[in-house]
Design a protein around this ligand. Structure first.
Ligand code: GLP
Length: 278
């Protein structure tokens, strides 16, 4: 272990990794590759074992070390590393090396707030205000929010953080008439849903949400401190109170390298009938 807490194979040695933390004990790392199987695939398996053994933040041995150890070209190692980077298991830090990525934060199917999602993962949720204004409801927004065109809407822009790391940007729009004073309410490091409950007695009840993949524009990437052109999840959520009245319209951009959406699928009677050709 290095002084800064980064574990590397320089210090622990490829075959002395702590076996208790690994799927496969360290001694099962092959000394040589099987010549009957593609080298790249075998290297990916070895790297996956290292990912588990090193844990989040652990530093991978260099491409040169791995190439020498397994007698393959550096390009072959690079291909395997790239494949795990694409899969989100590793990330590269310029000039520092390749590291095991943090596990992604999972959004469940429950109607949760950002604060609740982070808390469940043991992370501290934060909110950095970017801007707030009262704007007249556009025709596109007035329909979903069920308010008249031109009615005042509070537009709140925030960066959402987990342990101070930017994870998402959010633009929330809520009818001012329903939430008087929201245009001046301090939302830094505050849960909007908690505030709606505490200050206005409104509980979020259900929501319609769609998600799609987008590529971050440079200003969005800068706010999230990632490379422009990185993929992100775009969520658009329309949230309702218990009486079915819409209370917020939110567009969020979540970093795809730190976030994951999990769905729980049930086979419906309809799909079973289609499969049976009925
Ligand atoms: C998520 C949702 C938003 C919602 C927010 C509330 O991020 N995508 O639609 O406004 O949670 O979170 P909080 O109560 O932490 O402000």
């Amino acid at each position: 272990m290095l002084g800064n807490g980064v574990r590397t194979l320089d210090t622990v040695g490829l075959d002395q990794l702590p076996s208790a933390t690994m799927i496969r004990p360290a001694h099962e790392f092959p000394d040589a590759l099987d010549e009957h199987r593609p080298k790249g695939a075998q290297l990916e398996e070895i790297l996956e074992g290292l990912v588990v053994g090193l844990g989040p933040g652990g530093r991978l041995p260099s491409e040169r070390q791995l190439a020498e150890r397994y007698g393959v070209a550096r390009m072959t190692v690079r291909g395997a590393v790239e494949s795990l980077i694409t899969g989100g298991l590793l990330y590269r830090s310029h000039g520092q090396g390749t590291f095991v990525a943090q596990p992604r934060i999972v959004q469940s199917e429950a109607l949760t707030s950002f604060t609740e999602d982070m808390r469940r993962r043991g992370l501290k949720a934060g909110a950095v205000p970017l801007g707030r204004e009262v704007v007249p409801a556009s025709p596109l927004l007035s329909g979903p929010l069920q308010i008249t065109v031109g009615a005042p809407v509070v537009r709140i822009e925030r960066i959402r953080t987990a342990d101070s790391e930017p994870i998402a940007t959010e633009v929330a729009q809520l009818p001012l008439e329903r939430f008087p004073g929201l245009d001046v309410f301090d939302l830094s490091d505050t849960s909007l849903y908690d505030a709606l409950r505490r200050e206005w007695g409104v509980e979020v009840h259900h929501a319609d949400q769609r998600v799609q993949a987008v590529v971050l524009r440079s200003e969005e990437a800068e706010l999230l401190r990632v490379e422009a052109g990185q993929a992100a999840f775009e969520f658009v959520r329309l949230t309702f109170d218990a009486s079915g009245v819409p209370i917020e319209h939110v567009r969020s951009l979540y970093r795809s390298d730190r976030y994951q959406v999990r769905t729980h699928l049930h086979r419906s009677v309809f799909s079973a009938e289609v499969a049976a050709g009925e």
